[in-house]
Design a protein around this ligand. Structure first.
Ligand SMILES: CC(C)(COP(=O)(O)OP(=O)(O)OC[C@H]1O[C@@H](n2cnc3c(N)ncnc32)[C@H](O)[C@@H]1OP(=O)(O)O)[C@@H](O)C(=O)NCCC(=O)NCCS
Length: 207
């Protein structure tokens, strides 16, 4: 088969050609090879809704994967379905859990949680978001966080905080894009996978 000139290529061929160059550029400009699949991902249409009891299995599976493989949460032992069911049903109206659904499947969840039982903290909540492995970087986390912030504003919270393990740049980027600001670092406050871990505290104060 003879090779065509560039102008004779099909659209698909041209696209692949450009991808090849783009990939080489990324490899040559980074210390570590960046996985191609983590760069070009189309955003998914995400439906956000309050979590139901029937979501407990999916919520638990998503969270347990993070517990077992990552320092993104400081939980170290997988949760049981029963524990997560209690966690979901005992939250009260001010501290909801939302899920992000794509084509009827739960792809992520996020929660508002109290940061302390002490009364003076009642205008503050902590946000957390977890997206199913394999479906990250497609807009699910952003949609869930947006919903949590909207809910918190309407529920009259004054401020939201997020505690992010140092090095979790995707989380920091996501939070900062909604106006969260880094307010400090708790040094060596966690210990997981045989390493001390710093936590960056980010805060959003509503007007
Ligand atoms: C952090 C997390 C919740 C973000 O959710 P997500 O669905 O993957 O993120 P989104 O697709 O909504 O993307 C949010 C932003 O981060 C960027 N981003 C996401 N993944 C990225 C990656 N792997 N590399 C570079 N940028 C990335 C997106 O481009 C987007 O930025 P933009 O809108 O400015 O373009 C999700 O990746 C996750 O569950 N990670 C593991 C658990 C975790 O870290 N939870 C947070 C604990 S504080």
């Amino acid at each position: 088969m003879t090779r065509g000139t560039f102008s004779e290529m099909t659209d698909k061929g041209r696209f692949e050609c450009c991808l090849g160059r783009f990939t080489r550029f990324l490899y040559s400009n980074s210390q570590k090879p960046i996985k191609f699949s983590s760069i070009i991902k189309s955003k998914m249409k995400v439906k956000i809704r309050k979590a139901r009891l029937s979501d407990v299995q999916a919520i638990t599976d998503i969270y347990n994967q993070v517990i077992l493989t990552s320092t993104a949460t400081f939980d170290t032992e997988p949760k049981t379905i029963e524990e997560r069911r209690r966690w979901l049903t005992s939250r009260g109206r001010r501290f909801p859990v939302f899920v992000g659904e794509v084509d009827g499947e739960v792809m992520g969840w996020g929660a508002l949680s109290p940061i302390s039982e002490r009364g003076a903290y009642f205008k503050t909540a902590e946000v957390s978001v977890y997206v199913k492995e394999g479906f990250r970087n497609r807009g699910v986390g952003r949609s869930i966080l947006q919903k949590l912030i909207e809910f918190a504003r309407e529920a009259n919270f004054h401020t939201l905080i997020a505690q992010v393990v140092k090095g979790n740049e995707v989380s920091v980027h996501l939070l900062e894009s909604f106006g969260f600001k880094k307010v400090g670092t708790l040094r060596e406050i966690g210990y997981k996978f045989e390493k001390y871990l710093d936590v960056e505290v980010l805060q959003l104060i509503f007007d």
